[in-house]
Design a protein around this ligand. Structure first.
Ligand code: NAD
Length: 423
C-alpha cells in the first residue's frame, strides 16, 4: 500500500518507520521543515528505541519519503493517517486547531486531485467524542460537497503506544480499535493491521474516540490509588512492596474485569464500611488519600443518576416494579443496598412502587439487616409482590436493579429499564 502520514511526531514518525518496515510505501508530511529535513537526511526527529535503524532501512529501500506539504501526494495513496498534536487548551479541553487545519488541507488536496476511488483517512490523534462527526466530517462536506462520500472514508483509530517502547507497542498493541461511520470494518485498515498481534474492535466513531480518555484516566486512577496505598503503608510502617505483591497476585477480583462493568452503585455489608474504615485509618495515620476519600461521594452521585435514569419520562403516580432489592441477586442482604436507596427515592418522588425480590421475605429479616431495611423502607412489607403479581402487572415501567429481573417472564412490549449492567 501507499500510506501518507500527516504529523511526524512521536506517533506519526513511529508509525512511518513501522509501516515502512512492513514493506509499505510511506510519505510523511509535517509542517516542520526541520523535521522533514532531518528525516530526509536519515536522522530520526525523535529519541525512541529502534526508530533510527527503521528509518535508515526505510530510506535505503526507498520506502520512506518526507515533505512539508500535501501537494499531490494523496492522489495515489491508499490510506492517509493523521497524527497531528492535540495539546491541552487553557480550559482543559483538547485544542482541535491542528485537526481542523490538517482536515482542511486534506480536503483541499482531494478537491484538487483526481482520485477515482475514495481515500481512507484514519485519525490517530486523540480527539474528544463527537469530533469525527461534529468537526471533521463537516470540514470535508464543506470543501467537497456531494463528492465527499465518493472521495473520502473517515476512520477513527486511536493509538495506544507508550513512549520508550513505541516500536514494540506499534507491532503488539494492547488492542486495535477502529471507529467507522457504520461500525463495520474498513478493508484498508484491515490490510494495514494484518501483521499486528492484537484483538480488534470495530465500532462507531464515538466509542472509538472515547477509548483513549478512558484508558488514560484509568491508568491515572491506578497510579494515584497505588500511591495512596503506598502513603498509608509508609505511615503505618507496613511494607508497601509486600502489600503490592499480594494485591496484584489476585487476578480474580483485583486485577481483572471484576467490578468494572458500569451499572449498580456499590453497596452491601462490606465495601462502604471498609472504604470508610480505610479513610479513618489513613486520616488517623496522617496519610492523605483524596482518591479513596472521593469514593463514597462518587457512589452517591451514581445512585442519584440511576434514580433519574430509572424514572426518566415517567410522571409521579406511575406504577413501577423494581425487580431486585438486595445489593445483588441471590442474597437477602439489604445492608447499604443501593437498591434500597433507589426504592426510597422512587417513593419520595411519588411513584406507585412495588418490589419483586424472591430472596426477601420481610418476616424473615433479622438483626442489622432488619434494622437497615425498616429504617430505610418502613413500608417494605406492603411493597413486596410475588412472582405472579410481578409478571401480571400492569406496570408503566419495570426496573431491573440486579439480575433478579431475568427471573421474570414479562409481557412483550414491557417498558423495562435495566440499571445493571447499563446498556
Ligand atoms: N506521544 C504519545 O505517546 C501518544 C500516544 C498515543 C496517542 N497520542 C496522541 O497522538 C497525537 C500526536 O501525538 P504526538 O506526541 O505524536 O505529537 P507531536 O506534537 O510530537 O507531533 C505532532 C506533529 O504534527 C505536526 N503537525 C501539526 N499540524 C500539522 C499539519 N497541518 N500537517 C502536518 N503536520 C502537522 C507537528 O509539526 C508535529 O510534528 C496527539 O493527539 C496525542 O495525544 C500520543
Amino acid at each position: 500500500m501507499k500510506v501518507a502520514i500527516l504529523g511526524l511526531g512521536y506517533v506519526g514518525f513511529t508509525a512511518a518507520c513501522c509501516i515502512a518496515s512492513e514493506g509499505h510505501e510511506v510519505i510523511g508530511i509535517d509542517v516542520s521543515a526541520r523535521k522533514v529535513r532531518m528525516i530526509r537526511e536519515g536522522r530520526a526527529p525523535i529519541v525512541e528505541p529502534r526508530v533510527q535503524e527503521l528509518l535508515e532501512a526505510g530510506l535505503a529501500g526507498g520506502l520512506i519519503r518526507a515533505d512539508t506539504a500535501i501537494g499531490s501526494h494523496l492522489d495515489d495513496c491508499d490510506l492517509a493517517i493523521v497524527c497531528v498534536g492535540t495539546p491541552s487548551a487553557p480550559d482543559g479541553s483538547h485544542n482541535m486547531g491542528f485537526i481542523a487545519d490538517v482536515s482542511r488541507q486534506i480536503a483541499e488536496a482531494l478537491r484538487r486531485g483526481g482520485r477515482a476511488a475514495p481515500l481512507t483517512v484514519a485519525y490517530r490523534s486523540t480527539i474528544r467524542p463527537g469530533t469525527t462527526e461534529g468537526l471533521i466530517a463537516p470540514i470535508f462536506r464543506a470543501a467537497l460537497g456531494d463528492a465527499a462520500d465518493r472521495l473520502v472514508r473517515l476512520v477513527y483509530n486511536p493509538e495506544f503506544l507508550r513512549e520508550g517502547s513505541a516500536v514494540e507497542d506499534y507491532f503488539a498493541p494492547p488492542k486495535i480499535v477502529i471507529g467507522t461511520a457504520d461500525g463495520q470494518p474498513d478493508p484498508v485498515m484491515a490490510r494495514l493491521n494484518a501483521g499486528l498481534r492484537a484483538p480488534v474492535f470495530v465500532t462507531g466513531y464515538r466509542e472509538a474516540e472515547i477509548t483513549k480518555f478512558i484508558d488514560n484516566s484509568w491508568h491515572a486512577v491506578k497510579v494515584a490509588f497505588a500511591n495512596e496505598i503506598g502513603r498509608v503503608c509508609l505511615a503505618l510502617g507496613i511494607s508497601a512492596g509486600k502489600v503490592h505483591e499480594i494485591f496484584v497476585s489476585d487476578t480474580k477480583l483485583n486485577i481483572s474485569p471484576a467490578y468494572l462493568r458500569p451499572g449498580s452503585a456499590f453497596g452491601g455489608s462490606c465495601l462502604p464500611k471498609d472504604v470508610r474504615a480505610l479513610q479513618y485509618i489513613a486520616a488517623d495515620s496522617g496519610a492523605a488519600t483524596p482518591l479513596v476519600d472521593s469514593l463514597l461521594r462518587s457512589n452517591e452521585a451514581h445512585k442519584h443518576r440511576l434514580f433519574e435514569y430509572a424514572a426518566e419520562g415517567l410522571a409521579p403516580g406511575a406504577r413501577i416494579l423494581l425487580a431486585g432489592l438486595a445489593f445483588k441477586a441471590g442474597t437477602d442482604d439489604l445492608r447499604e443496598s443501593p437498591n434500597v436507596d433507589l426504592a426510597r427515592k422512587l417513593l419520595n418522588a411519588g411513584f406507585d412502587l412495588r418490589i419483586f425480590d424472591p430472596g426477601i421475605d420481610a418476616e424473615k429479616l433479622v438483626g442489622a439487616n432488619l434494622g437497615y431495611a425498616y429504617s430505610h423502607l418502613p413500608m417494605l412489607e406492603a411493597l413486596l409482590v410475588d412472582r405472579a403479581a410481578a409478571e401480571a402487572g400492569p406496570w408503566e415501567r419495570v426496573i431491573g436493579a440486579n439480575a433478579t429481573v431475568a427471573l421474570l417472564d414479562l409481557p412483550p412490549g414491557t417498558d423495562r429499564r435495566d440499571l445493571h449492567p447499563l446498556p
